[in-house]
Design a binder for this molecule. Structure first.
Ligand code: ADP
Ligand code: MG
Length: 249
């Protein structure tokens, strides 16, 4: 791809608006994500965090603005949606593993069907990922034989199996019992250490502070404040950011 002015960003969100039935839930969002950067979206329920991730994954179409992935305008109507999604890994709050398939089949499905990787190679890679995240002995298990934390780790591994450029993690620990949260946060931490670029939303504020390079505070669909995690958590500039953090910390 030719060098573009914003080419050093892995993702560029530029002036994005999203409306639902005449109500704007994203209001001119600007956000740049560099390779290896971990960006967290924080804000009250309904502030637009999930919608923004869904726009990046093309599960929603934007009403105005553009989103560039590796310099390519993925909001262009002529874009190949499948080709864009191949470069993204997304994990949601609810574990959405296929219940009738083993862990191994869940993890190898996309590499085999979407990326046309041979069965043996996909399985070898899957075993490697399962071992890396402490699930080597679960390859033949079915999702309902796993704890919630294990299921969510498999969901993350499944998203990783296609070697995405960018991971989108939407409240991946929110549905878990407290004692299972840490094992999932540990996986995300390992991903950061391996250099994975990520955008995540979370209610785990100490984790957010610890793992994020950049924290964005959304309020009513507006990206009100953005800065290094340490600055946002210790000296937020916007009164509404301060108010939000007081309410959750
Ligand atoms: P968050 O993830 O920060 O809790 P969301 O992005 O889920 O916020 O929602 C932002 C706003 O958009 C909310 O007011 C929500 O009700 C609304 N919204 C989200 N998805 C839809 C949809 N498909 N149809 C109508 N309204 C929606
Ligand atoms: Mg949400």
């Amino acid at each position: 791809m030719s060098e573009q002015p914003m080419g050093h960003n892995l993702l560029t969100i530029d002036g994005v608006w999203k409306n639902f039935r005449g109500h704007s839930v994203l209001r001119g969002i600007d956000l740049e994500v560099r390779p290896h950067e971990v960006v967290s979206l924080i804000g009250a329920s309904g502030s637009g965090k999930s919608t923004l991730l869904r726009c990046v994954n093309l599960l929603e179409t934007v009403d105005d603005g553009v989103i560039l992935l590796d310099g390519e305008d993925i909001t262009d109507p002529r874009v190949n949606v499948d080709d864009v999604r191949k470069r993204l890994g997304i994990v949601f709050q609810a574990f959405n593993l296929f219940p009738h398939m083993t862990v191994l089949d869940n993890v190898t499905l996309a590499p085999r069907q979407v990326h046309k990787v041979a069965k043996g190679e996909a399985e070898e890679q899957a075993h490697g990922l399962l071992a890396r995240f402490g699930l080597a002995d679960k390859a033949r298990a079915y999702p309902d034989q796993l704890s919630g934390g294990q299921q969510q780790r498999v969901a993350i591994i499944r998203a990783l199996a296609t070697q995405p450029r960018l991971m989108l993690l939407d409240e991946v620990t929110s549905a878990l019992d407290p004692e299972l949260v840490l094992e999932v946060l540990g996986v995300i931490k390992e991903l950061k250490e391996s250099g994975m670029t990520m955008i995540l939303t979370t209610h785990e504020m100490s984790f957010c502070r610890d793992i994020s390079d950049t924290v964005c505070f959304l309020d009513g669909g507006v990206l009100l404040e953005k800065g290094p995690a340490e600055q946002i958590f210790t000296e937020p500039e916007n009164p509404r950011t301060r108010e939000f953090l007081r309410s959750v910390l």
